[in-house]
Design a protein around this ligand. Structure first.
Ligand code: NG6
Ligand code: CA
Length: 521
């Protein structure tokens, strides 16, 4: 009797299980067939923030700011604790990311003016070109800051060469930074909403007669400048550079985040049928910090905190779109920042005054513009739902390595010198990263090797007084064990001459091998 009582439910259970698994099998089989039919490669999205510090996210230890959407990428993917930008400023870092080449090899890879010529040679190998070759659709939406044209840009005609000439088949960008003119969006080389009857003129040396500036017309300002940023006034905000005309094309600063988000979402919706690479280069939390009214005042930390919350929201909305469009499990998302944090970068915007207990550097030393760690060590996350097993990795990885690593992913063998194939580390299958990495700040370089960071002697000011950040520059050799002294407080150069010798030898070798000029690239 007892036996019978048990066996009936077991029988029912077995039948149910069989039918459920049959159903699952046929569903999976269908998915397999779909995948095969489309021969679909993994989409790649790089979400790249501007001046976001190592300690600016709750997943990297921030307690005063909550960034749940970016945290979800970190907790569902690989969070790197030693992920680096190549440089402590924007242009060189973006150059490293998109070319896989150390920016210090190109003497022009410095912060560019808004009317600077294109920095990347149109013959040069780039990440988007490599992905194009692999059959991808490629797009940049957001901040470019790698120069446009050949030095004499006419903003009223199609501007070339630019992103579309170095591998992006679609581009929707701001030319340089939010604080530089012209304050207009450019789509595939054309200024958006340009009224030809009101042409745009830009000059980075002198003003146009009769045009107001922050100096001549301070009463027009809605934001006060601290250093630099006293040229043309656009939307009440004083900018770098002089501009005239193009009034209908001027962007809304407070709507910029929404604007780029909508473009990025719509790109996914319209390109999801074939593999795509999207470089979503957000403007936050670079100056001028102009949160949408939905976020203004929300962080209690002033506009810098508010735009970090805004950026986090954008990431969440973007990820929702990947899910809604059915591509979440077929998309590798890389999240990072172009350089470390800065508080006062030229405007009075309460970033210093309302900082409270928040530490944007996350315990590191220095900041944007600095050779110390906070200049280049940044949040760095790789997320791929269903493919990457969540983990934390201490491997040393650099944005420059995405070129060779993504090459490996898509089956294009990149012959690179600087970019290293670390695909298995990015996918969490290995915890082995680089042995060595040279980082750069204001054309000075330093070496991270294993647990150590060595900064050679340089002449110059140890303090960038304008932004109130240590530069990392000293006439003495500096050697830090960053694994147990992440704040770089204890210079061990004198105490550990052997280690110093080892690192200086590697540094000299790396700096001197494979020297190339811009033309050779
Ligand atoms: C500096 C600007 C700074 C910022 C930076 C570029 C002044 C005084 N300072 O020259 O505000 O725009 O360039 O930042 O003008 S980056 O993140 O794009 O490298
Ligand atoms: Ca930057």
């Amino acid at each position: 009797m007892k036996k019978n009582k048990i066996s009936i439910p077991i029988f029912v259970f077995a039948v149910l299980t069989f039918s459920v698994s049959l159903n699952t099998y046929s569903q999976n089989h269908l998915i397999d067939l779909n995948t095969k039919n489309q021969n679909k490669k993994t989409n790649v999205v790089i979400i790249y923030l501007d001046d976001l510090g190592y300690g600016d996210l709750s997943c990297y230890g921030a307690t005063e700011l909550k960034t749940p959407n970016i945290d979800a990428l970190a907790s569902g993917g690989i969070k790197f604790t030693s992920g680096y930008a190549t440089s402590a400023t924007c242009t060189p870092s973006r150059y490293g990311l998109l070319t896989g080449v150390y920016p210090w090899r190109n003497k022009d890879a410095r912060i560019l003016a808004g009317d600077a010529p294109l920095l990347i040679d149109t013959n040069q190998r780039t990440l988007p070109k490599m992905l194009l070759q692999a059959g991808y659709q490629t797009a940049i939406i957001g901040k470019w800051h790698l120069g446009l044209g050949d030095g004499f840009v006419n903003w009223n005609e199609t501007i070339k060469p630019g992103p579309n000439e170095v591998g992006f088949d679609e581009s929707y960008i701001m030319a340089a930074t939010q604080d530089r003119v012209p304050a207009v969006y450019i789509e595939n080389g054309n200024v958006v909403n340009l009224d030809k009857k009101d042409p745009i003129e830009v000059n980075y040396k002198k003003n146009f007669a009769g045009e107001p500036t922050a100096i001549s017309n301070p009463e027009m300002l809605t934001m006060t400048w601290h250093h630099g940023h006293n040229n043309s006034i656009v939307n009440g905000i004083p900018r770098i550079g002089f501009v005239k005309g193009g009034k209908a094309a001027i962007w809304s600063d407070t709507e910029m985040a929404d604007h780029f988000l909508v473009k990025a979402q719509s790109y996914v919706r319209t390109h999801k049928e074939k593999p795509f690479f999207l470089y979503y280069a957000m403007q936050q939390p670079h100056v001028p910090r102009t949160p949408h009214p939905r976020f203004a005042g929300k962080s209690g930390m002033g506009p810098r905190g508010d735009v970090i919350l805004e950026a986090d929201w954008c990431v969440g909305e973007f990820m929702k779109t990947l899910k809604e469009e059915g591509v979440l499990e077929n998309t590798l998302v890389i999240f990072s920042s172009d350089n470390g944090p800065v508080l006062n970068d030229g405007y009075y915007d309460d970033a210093v005054e309302k900082l409270g207990k928040h530490d944007p550097k996350g315990g590191l030393r220095g900041g944007k513009y600095s050779l110390f760690e906070a200049g280049t060590r940044v949040p760095f996350i790789a997320y791929w739902k269903g493919r990457i097993q969540p983990n934390v990795s201490d491997a040393i990885v650099c944005q420059m390595d995405l070129m060779a690593s993504l090459g490996k992913l898509v089956g294009v063998d990149e012959n690179t010198t600087d970019s290293q194939n670390l695909l298995s580390s990015f996918l969490g299958e290995s915890k082995v990263g680089r042995d060595h990495l040279i980082i750069e700040a204001n054309s000075h370089t330093a070496l991270r090797s294993g647990d150590w960071m060595m900064i050679p002697p340089y002449k110059g000011n140890p303090m960038n007084t304008k932004v109130n950040t240590e530069t990392g520059i000293s006439l003495e050799y500096q050697l830090y064990n960053v694994s147990n002294d992440m704040g770089q407080k204890k210079n061990l150069a004198t105490q550990n001459p052997q280690k110093l010798k080892e690192l200086t030898t590697i540094f000299d070798q790396l700096r001197n091998e494979n020297k190339r000029t811009k033309k050779d690239n």
